[in-house]
Design a protein around this ligand. Structure first.
Ligand code: PLP
Length: 397
């Protein structure tokens, strides 16, 4: 038995099988490479699902977290601390807007804060949220109620939130759904779990206009798209559309658990004293990691790097002209390889055998969300191996 198999057996016996039993047991990482417990190396093109923005064991995160752990790990929110204030200031500065930040520990929690903020601002006469089919907003009951994937939402109904789902990317359907009973529209700028499906140009602007016309708030869930993933600090900046509420998490902490709900303009005052809270939210260690992520993205010019390497990666995959590939979607270092037929699981497995971690985000799409520090050479090593991976997947599928 391999070390992986031994660990999988212990996992299967004791850990709730909400994820099944994962095929790889990771032991350590450095840069964009991870090693499993049997010593096999993989180029990590998943990045912990768009989380490990600076890769693994990045010196800036190691230094910031080490310093903070040995100074002050936890305060609760009965006491404030400097890292939390610095992070809130930095996020608002990057947004170029006034507002206020609530710090949480995950994407779902950031969205729960957004839901409560909307409820508080809009009151009981506007009970309806509008969200998109194929969207993903998290697994807690509020966030799940907004998630447009029936198979994961319906088993847990009923919910306390009234949600009207619209087809993603259709501005007319959206405008029709946003009426006087609507509190907010909640959208991802590009579907993440839905398969890295970007909104058509003008969709976010149309959502903004529909919200303004009806008196609804616009909530953008940038839990996956934010913090440099698309080559911009926030994906909405590409479209020049400012939301009322912005949620962040995944890439923000570079692997440390942190989420943020940003109320922009008057929405910053949507939640008052006593309205919300989190014991761990805004934890000094997570905040220190997030500040190191933001500083490093800026200092190392990673936004430009992400745009450049991402475009090269997409162009190189398309240039292969492989019969299994129908196209490449997305922007920056956030791409889906669209496949003919439901070949994604086979491609993921074949890539793993060849030493690459990729994610079968949909039955017919492979997601790439590598660390933002992925080098051109690392990207090329993948595109060089890809024809062989696709060939062996064609046999498996
Ligand atoms: C991952 C994700 C979430 C949920 O984040 P968790 O940290 O898993 O709770 C919410 N929204 C989007 C867009 C996501 O990609």
């Amino acid at each position: 038995m391999t070390a992986t198999e031994l660990l999988q057996d212990r996992y299967a016996a004791t850990v709730m099988l909400t994820y099944g039993v994962p095929p790889v047991a990771l032991a350590r990482g450095s840069g964009c490479t991870v090693w499993d417990v049997d010593g096999n190396a993989y180029l990590d093109l998943v990045g912990g699902i768009a989380v490990s923005s600076l890769g693994h064991a990045h010196p800036a995160i190691v230094a910031a977290v080490t310093r903070q752990v040995s100074t002050l790990v936890h305060t609760s929110n009965l006491y404030l601390h400097e890292r939390q204030v610095e992070l809130a200031e930095r996020l608002l500065e990057l947004l170029g807007s006034d507002g206020r930040v609530f710090l949480a520990n995950s994407g779902a929690e950031a969205n729960e804060a957004a839901i409560k903020l909307v409820r508080r601002r809009q009151g009981p006469d506007r009970p309806v949220f509008v969200a998109a089919e194929h969207s993903f907003h998290g697994r807690t009951m509020g966030a799940l109620s907004l998630t447009g994937k029936d198979s994961i939402r319906e088993p847990f109904a009923p919910f306390g939130t009234q949600v009207r789902f619209v087809p993603y990317g259709d501005p007319a359907a959206l405008a029709e759904a946003v009426g006087p009973d609507c509190a907010a529209v909640v959208l991802e700028p590009c579907l993440g779990e839905g398969g890295v499906v970007p909104a058509p140009p003008g969709y976010l602007a149309a959502a903004r206009a529909a919200c303004d016309a009806a008196g609804a708030l616009l909530v953008l869930d940038e839990v996956q798209s934010g913090i440099g993933r698309t080559g911009h600090w926030f994906a909405h900046q590409q479209e020049g559309v400012l939301p009322d509420v912005l949620t962040l998490a995944k890439g923000l902490g570079g692997g440390l658990p942190i989420g943020a709900c940003v109320g922009i303009g008057p929405s910053g005052s949507g939640l008052a004293k006593g309205d919300h809270g989190s014991t761990f939210g805004g934890n000094p260690v997570a905040c220190a990691a997030a500040l190191a992520v933001l500083d490093t993205i800026e200092r190392d010019g990673l936004l430009g790097h992400v745009g450049k390497v991402g475009d090269q990666l997409a162009a190189a995959i398309e240039a292969l002209g492989h019969p299994l590939v129908t196209g490449v979607r997305g922007s920056g270092l956030w791409r889906a390889i669209a496949l003919r037929g439901n070949a994604a699981a086979a491609v993921e497995a074949a890539a793993r055998s060849a030493g690459f971690l990729v994610n079968a985000v949909q039955p017919d799409a492979i997601r790439l969300a590598p660390p933002l520090i992925l080098t051109e050479a690392e990207a090329e090593s993948f595109t060089a191996a890809l024809p062989g991976i696709l060939d062996s997947a064609s046999v498996l599928a």
